[in-house]
Structures are given as C-alpha cells and as structure tokens.
Design a protein around this ligand. Structure first.
Ligand code: NAI
Ligand code: UGA
Length: 449
C-alpha cells in the first residue's frame, strides 16, 4: 500500500520504517526541514536500537523516503497517518494545534479518496473534529480511522513488528478492512471498534499501566517499613495470570513523553464531562512523590546535603532511549542543587538532550564515564536502569567514591553484588538487600516505626 506518515517523531518514524520493512511504499513527512535533511543524510534524529539499519535498508530498496513536501506526499498516498505531537497544555489537556493544522494541510492537498488515520494520542472526539475540518476544506471523499499507537521507546521496532494488538476505530467497514489488511502481516489480533472507543482504549491502557506502577511503588514503600522485599512480592503477585508480572517494577516512578501527559489528559477528559477520576489523580500524585524518596534516603544517610558531592547515573526516563522528557532525573537533580549539593552526572546517550531542557545545566558537572561520575562522591544515585550500570563492578565504583552510599532508584543490584563491595545500599522496597542495608543498619531511625 502507498502510505504517508505525517511527523517523524518516534511514532511516525518507527511506524513508517516498519511498514516499509513489510513491503509498503512509505513517505515520512515532517515540516521540520532540518530533521528531513538529517534523515536524508542517513542520520537518525532519535536513539532507537536497530532503527538506523532498517532505514538504510529500506531506503536502498526504494520503498522508504523522507520529505518536507506535503502535497506530493498526500497525493501519492492511499492512507495518511497523523503522527504529530499532542503535548500537554498548562492545564493538562492535550494541545491539538498540530493535529488540526495537519488535518487542514492534508485536506487542501487531497486529490481523491484517502484514509486519514490518527496514530497520535488524542482525546475522545478528536477524530470527529478531524472529519469536520477535512470535510469543510475538500470536495474529495475520505474516511477517518483512529489507530492508536502502543509502541514503547527503546523497543519500538519489535513492538511495531510484533504488536500485542491492533485497534482500529472507524465507522467505515471498507476503511477498517483496508487498514486491517495492512496490519495482518504483523498480527491477527486486530480489533475493530467505533472511533471514540478506540480513542479511549489508548488513554485507558496508558492510565492502567501507570496505575500498576504507582500501585507497586506504594507497596514498595510499605515493604520498606515492614521488612518485606517488593521484587518477591511483585513476582508472587505476577504468577496470578489475572495480575500478570509486567509493569510491577518498583522504582522512582514513571516518566517519559506519554504516561505523565496521558494520565493528566485523561483526568481532564473526565473533568470535562463532570467526572472526577479520583483513582488516576492519586496515581499521578504517588508518582510525583516517589522520585523524591531518593532525596529522603540521601538526607537519612548523609544529613545536610549542602556541600556534599552526589553522583548521578542515568538521565533518560528509561534505558535504551535518549528521551529525557518528564524524566525523574530533572526533578531529582533540581532538588539536589536546591539543597546546595554538588552534582556530577553521567548517561550513556541522553546527556545532550538533558542539557538542552534542564535550566540549571551550567550548575552540573557532566561526566563521560560512569566511574568518573562516581569519583569523590559522598553518594551515588542510580536513576535509569541502563544495562551498562548493571554489569559494572561495584568494588571498582566504591574505590572511586569518597563515602560508600549507593541509592539505587531502579533495584538494579543483587545482594551479592552489593556485598562484594562494602556499600551502604538503599534500593526501593528491598530493605534487606545488602548486609549494610538501611533496614539492618537503622530501621527505626529511617522508617520511624
Ligand atoms: N513517543 C512515543 O513513544 C509514543 C507517542 N505516542 C503519541 O504519538 C504522538 C507523536 O509522538 P512523538 O512521535 O513522540 O512526537 P514528537 O513530538 O517527537 O514528533 C512529532 C513530529 O511531528 C512534526 N509535525 C508537527 N506538525 C506537523 C505538520 N503539520 N506536518 C508535518 N510534520 C509535523 C514535528 O515537527 C515533529 O517532528 C503523540 O500524540 C504521542 O502521545 C503514542 C505512542 C508512543
Ligand atoms: O503512549 C506511549 O507513548 C507509550 O507509553 C509507554 O511507553 P514508554 O513511555 O516508551 O515506556 P515504558 O516502558 O512504558 O516506561 C514508562 C515509564 O515507566 C517506568 N516503569 C515501567 C515499568 C515498570 O514496571 N516500572 C516503571 O517504573 C519506566 O522506567 C519509564 O519511566 C507505554 O508502555 C506504551 O505502550 C505507549 O505506547
């Protein structure tokens, strides 16, 4: 099929590339001409394992191209996928300006029947709005389809080529069949529903996953006080097939461009129809507090943080991505600086992006190597669970440090690894891990039981 993807962020780029990989003729379009130039030079503007190779292969085969010219890209396409951003407005609602502008531009460029499919995450009713906008600007026939995207950054290619399910929301059986046919090489788990339900499935899915994370984080906080181990608790819960083992990893909370944005947007969507989504409001509140547990543990172990040197490992909101949007590291480093700590930080790929959006970037000392980020530190905080950190020798790490405090915000290390060194180790909801663990050392002072 001839396809055009509007927007070359994560979604447009990865989906476009993957649909060319399965034999479609794909144009990826962006109004950011700098991005298009880079893509045409063979540079990939995001860090996503495997993407560069797939792009090179499919461009060489002539079935993938990048363009800044909308009209030819719309004219040649049978289906056009809207993959533009829907960032949050100050009140939490999704900003639909990019969607509306792209819908207008598509309408004005149409030369015949098109399927206009929305992959961007949009509030319920947005695809109806797109239909209104387009129908006022073109005499040509078209169908609107909501096709929410469920890929994760860092595993985006595998998620796209092997999806758990495809949701197609439309009132047109013909468009539904064409879009289903496009996806059949990827999965037979294809569900066709109405547009509004499809839009809601996306928000409900992200909100539910965020809820699982805040739930297990609260369980972890209780585990710390009662002396249980949250990783075993999660494992034990996960064996129940009704619960499942995934998204029960306790830590410093979720970040990224989607969970924070989409949970707040769903709270707004509910509010707009006079419904208070109390559960989701708590999920957001718990998530916001969870990252600051790192600060509590630092204060407990070091006292005043003013003048103390703190190493930070990990700036990305999760491993295998250079995305730092809503990363807990932004708040944690901000809080460390506010308390007068000296911060030295390292991330394998996300440092440049972090510096670009962090107001106090000049106040942080940036390191190119994890051991250098640990050197002379009073405490080291692991904020992103990059594989690189898991395999480091903690003895070597400790040898570089001034004091022996390791705050592991992602539960990366085992007791054996910690005890090979001589670290005072604080993880999340695992009070007994490490023989100098916080629970053994001083449970009452720390937990106030
Ligand atoms: N990032 C992710 O992992 C996922 C994102 N989503 C959703 O997908 C949507 C897109 O997200 P990202 O890919 O992260 O977006 P992004 O914000 O990184 O990129 C959007 C791109 O669209 C381009 N653009 C905006 N208006 C345009 C127009 N009129 N014509 C051509 N290009 C235009 C921008 O220049 C930009 O390059 C959002 O709604 C997001 O919630 C859904 C699932 C996963
Ligand atoms: O709508 C979106 O954009 C996407 O949002 C998430 O994908 P993503 O944000 O890329 O990353 P996740 O792997 O879901 O992780 C999100 C955050 O939750 C945290 N997390 C995840 C899982 C877990 O058990 N515990 C936990 O703290 C991660 O560290 C990360 O900060 C969803 O998983 C995707 O299905 C969805 O398409």
């Amino acid at each position: 099929m001839k396809l055009t993807f509007i927007g070359t962020g994560y979604v447009g780029l990865v989906s476009g590339v993957c649909f060319s990989e399965i034999g479609n003729d794909v144009t990826c379009l962006d109004k950011d001409l700098g991005k298009i130039e880079r893509l045409n030079r063979g540079e990939v503007p995001i860090y996503e394992p495997g993407l560069q190779e797939l792009i090179a292969k499919n461009r060489e085969l002539g079935r993938l191209r990048f363009s800044g010219e909308l009209t030819p890209a719309v004219e040649r396409a049978e289906a056009i996928f809207l993959c533009v951003g829907t960032p949050p407005l100050p009140n939490g609602e999704a900003n639909l300006a990019f969607i509306e502008q792209a819908a207008q531009e598509i309408a004005l460029a149409m030369n015949g029947y098109k399927i206009i499919a929305t992959k961007s995450t949009v509030p319920v009713g947005t695809n109806d709005r797109i239909r209104d906008i387009v129908s006022k600007l073109t005499p040509h026939p078209f169908d609107v389809v909501s096709i929410p995207e469920f890929l994760r950054e860092g595993s985006a290619i595998a998620d796209t080529l092997h999806p758990d399910r495809i949701i197609i929301g439309t009132d047109s059986p013909e468009a539904a069949e064409k879009i289903a046919e496009l996806h059949r090489p990827l999965t037979d788990r294809i569900m066709v529903t109405d547009v509004r339900s499809a839009e809601m499935i996306k928000y409900a899915s992200n909100a539910f996953l965020a809820t699982k994370i805040s739930f297990i984080n609260e369980i972890a906080n209780i585990c710390e006080k009662v002396g249980a181990d949250v990783t075993d608790v999660a494992k034990g819960m996960g064996h129940d097939r009704r619960i499942g083992p995934s998204f029960l990893q306790a830590g410093i909370g979720y970040g990224g461009s989607c969970f924070p944005k989409d949970t707040n947007a769903l709270i707004q969507i509910a509010g707009n129809v006079d419904y208070e989504f109390k559960l989701l409001k708590s999920v957001v509140e718990v998530n916001q507090g969870q990252r600051f547990n790192v600060m509590t543990k630092l204060r407990h172990s070091l006292g005043e943080l003013g003048g103390k040197r703190i190493g930070v490992w990990g700036l990305a909101f999760k491993p295998d991505t250079d995305d730092v949007r809503e990363s807990p590291a932004l708040d944690i480093i901000g809080a460390l600086l506010a308390e007068g700590a000296e911060v030295q930080a390292y991330d394998p790929v996300a440092t440049a992006n972090f510096k670009a959006i962090f107001d106090q970037a000049d106040e942080v000392e940036w390191r190119d190597d994890p051991i250098e980020a640990a050197r002379d530190c009073d405490a080291l905080c692991l904020l992103t669970d990059w594989a690189e950190f898991k395999s480091l020798s903690l003895t070597e790490v400790q040898a570089a440090m001034r004091q022996n405090i390791l705050i592991d915000g992602r539960n990366v290390y085992t007791s054996e690894q910690v005890d090979e060194a001589d670290l005072r180790y604080y993880s999340v909801g695992r009070p007994h891990v490490g023989s100098l663990s916080q629970f053994e050392a001083d449970p009452i002072a720390f937990y106030g039981r």
